[in-house]
Design a binder for this molecule. Sequence first.
Ligand code: UN1
Length: 523
Amino acid sequence: MAQAKKALAKNNSRQTSPRIVRSSVKTYDNYIGGKWVPSESGEHFENINPADTNDIIGRFALSTSKDVNAAVNAAREAFDGWRNTPAPRRAEILFRLGEILLGNKPRFTADMTREMGKVLKEAGGDVQEAIDCTYYTAGEGRRLHGFTTPAEMPDKFAMCVRQPVGLCGLITPWNFPMAIPSWKLIPALVCGNTVVLKPAEDTPFSTYNLVEACEQAGIPPGVVNLVTGYGENAGAAITNHTALRLISFTGSTETGRTVASACAERNAICSLEMGGKNVIIVMEDADIDLAIEGAVWGAFGTSGQRCTASSRLVVHKKIYKQFCKKLVEHAKRLRVGNGADAKTDMGPVINADAVKKIMGYIDIGQKEDGATLACGGKRLTRGEYARGFFIEPTVFTDVAPDMRIAQEEIFGPVTTVIPTRSLDEAVEIANGVRYGLSAAIYTTDVNRAFRAMNDMYTGIFYVNASTIGAEVHLPFGGTKATGNGHREAGTQVLDIFSEWKSIYVDYSGKLQRAQIDMVEGMG
Ligand code: UN1
């Protein structure tokens, strides 16, 4: 009950005007063991449209550790059946899921814009990323390659196969509310694991849609379990549950560290995707208009709320003035508004806490750091903006690499322009942050492009393209404080959701001792 109040208080703090209470607002249950069930607490939290806080999308189950326990038990019961279902059969169900997602793309897109705020085109991209991930990863059902290798003794066979990890806890963020759950869920399933999935409290609806589609596709009861709620209760219960062999988390570096410590305590596998402070280097030989387009898209797409957002632009001095002028012109032209309106270029940020954090950084940029606020910097509160969380596209120029706004992840529509004298200096600045997710260079000099490609210590690198827009068949993840060495997507994600089993078959009919009984003539 106390938790419920806390959750409700948190939601109330997201409001900018009195809530219209609508009795018609639908309630949404957890999905445990193949059944839609209310949370043990009987409480709900509200999912609110960040473009209009009077618009309540639904009331979702406010789960506790008891709900997590029930979900883990269901996952345990389903595990043997699912892991022993041949992988190509598991994949067939996942291909069906892909069809269902594709068939519902317009509805899922609209639902996502309503709960998350991003413009319809981008929400469609998020749903598409889940579709791509589903088709691509389901294909692994007929591969999941292991390998054979010669054994060191005669009449002995050696091979290595993938086995599922077991029961997995998946904790996902609000900025890609269908794509990121799919990045975790689909590979977990194709490898034969069963899961407990907890989406972010700001965007449970898109993940609910994904799980409902799993049910329709025919994924057996207990294989996928959905538990909605807050990090401090449901999330913590998942992180600490001893039966969950693996926790996969995407979110802030701070929370990721807590997750990692909890997993270390109980020897659980832990895969983390966390913050970024991504950079675009623009050299003096670049196609400036192309670089501007990339910078605007990377900085203000999804209102800057991507781990891959272009929050630093390191620009050569020779073109610095021209670049800043054009960037500001473009940023000012962006139409901020409700993402559901086709004319909108940039939607709201996610909630009141985000507004506070972002506005705090804009303040720091001006006062503490002393950078030049070249455009934006204000929260929009009048007229159509009155009931939402809207912030102007904001550009800081004359930024020094060590300023807080150039070092810390803001996760909002704010970018910083840093002047540089050379490629070497640009790379040093670019690498000089605690994160290492994505980086880009705009140049027409192939030598410089390859030099930067070699020297940037990030998980993703782009040439003449922005820092956002990773595709699902390439590994996704970063170095340093961005991750803990794992990669999602691609085939590399299989190394998160399966463990290697080395198998030796001795058909000699006698004891053969490795390292001791050498083959004649070699000892
Ligand atoms: C994220 O911001 O956490 O590369 C994911 C991109 C998207 C995924 C972003 N495909 O920007």
